[in-house]
Design a protein around this ligand. Sequence first.
Ligand code: PMP
Length: 373
Amino acid sequence: MIYLDYTANMPAAREALNAFVEAEARFPGNPNAHHAAGREAAAYLRDVTEGTAALLGVRPEEIIFTSGASESNSTAILGLAYAARHIGRHILTTPLEHASVSGCLTFLQEQGYEVDVLHTDRQGRLDLDELNELLRPDTVLLTLCAVDSELGIPQPVREARELLSAHPQCRLHVDATQAPGKMAFDYTLADTVSLSAHKFGGLNGSGLLIKKSGVAMEPLIHGGVSSTLYRSGTPAVALAASLRTALSITQERLDERLDTVRALNARLRKALAARPGITVYSPENAVPHILNLGVSGIRGSAMRDKLDRRGICVSVKSACSVENTPSRAVYALTGQRRAALEAFRVSLSHQTTEEEIARLIEAIDEIRTESTI
Ligand code: PMP
């Protein structure tokens, strides 16, 4: 099998698995419990939280461990919107957001919130002039991704933050799920930031939300005192430990791994450019791990299935989106429904080999020949 869907799930790093097993074995107590076993687990969780915060450049009390980015996005978006309901109900976002962000916004619209979706330029970056024009005294939230999962386009988060300084009532939430391991990112820029461990070599069902101290947010999960006010329940100590380990390795090896992935991406782009009828939608400024493309006359979902039958795993849109609908992200970038239907995503990692890229290109050629007969 050739796995080219690292954006959907990155295999767990051996070190992260070991950290999980070790923590699970060493700390049997519930960190919320008031006895020696509980205190030991709580102390270890504090250590893990401090280590994670240091890696991200934030304060330990700003870390909320969650079950993943979907929960982090819901916690932040709903929690910030509800906490600011007395100020206003206007929210701004981009068309490149993951379903866990756009789904929350639809849910809020049903409750009377007004949501405006900003346009992007030809490179897929949000239009900052439009953002400036649409900000109003009742705008309480701007939610955007650091880099999207379909096209891999980094967004101008710093510039957006600067514009927001004239609107102190408006909070900034950033879904940075796809940033670790793909690009450097300043985690102190936003009021809240989501991450998911399984995107950078941690385990599924584990993530975190950074919430700046002093930012008002209503919790989603209620019930009892825990390590944080914002997410009740027994903290998953071993998952947090494995997240810290995975993050540390990812950050440490970022540059070296980026070089590998850049070279693979260049090779793939060169081969695709030489083939008529193939369009690459990910712009040149996209992170090299994500390459969104389409083959003329073949639906993205059909390409995915044909590649799957040849033992190659790729995705259409993101794994959590609705099947057989055009890609909102590719439509936003191209304005073409046809492109949005033909698009599919190949995602690479430092584990990808040149042979795998060669086999992918060969398989795309086979499918194109078969489809034109
Ligand atoms: N945001 C983005 C940009 C993602 O790529 C994903 C995962 N596909 C999520 C959020 C949701 O993450 P999780 O699977 O941890 O809920």
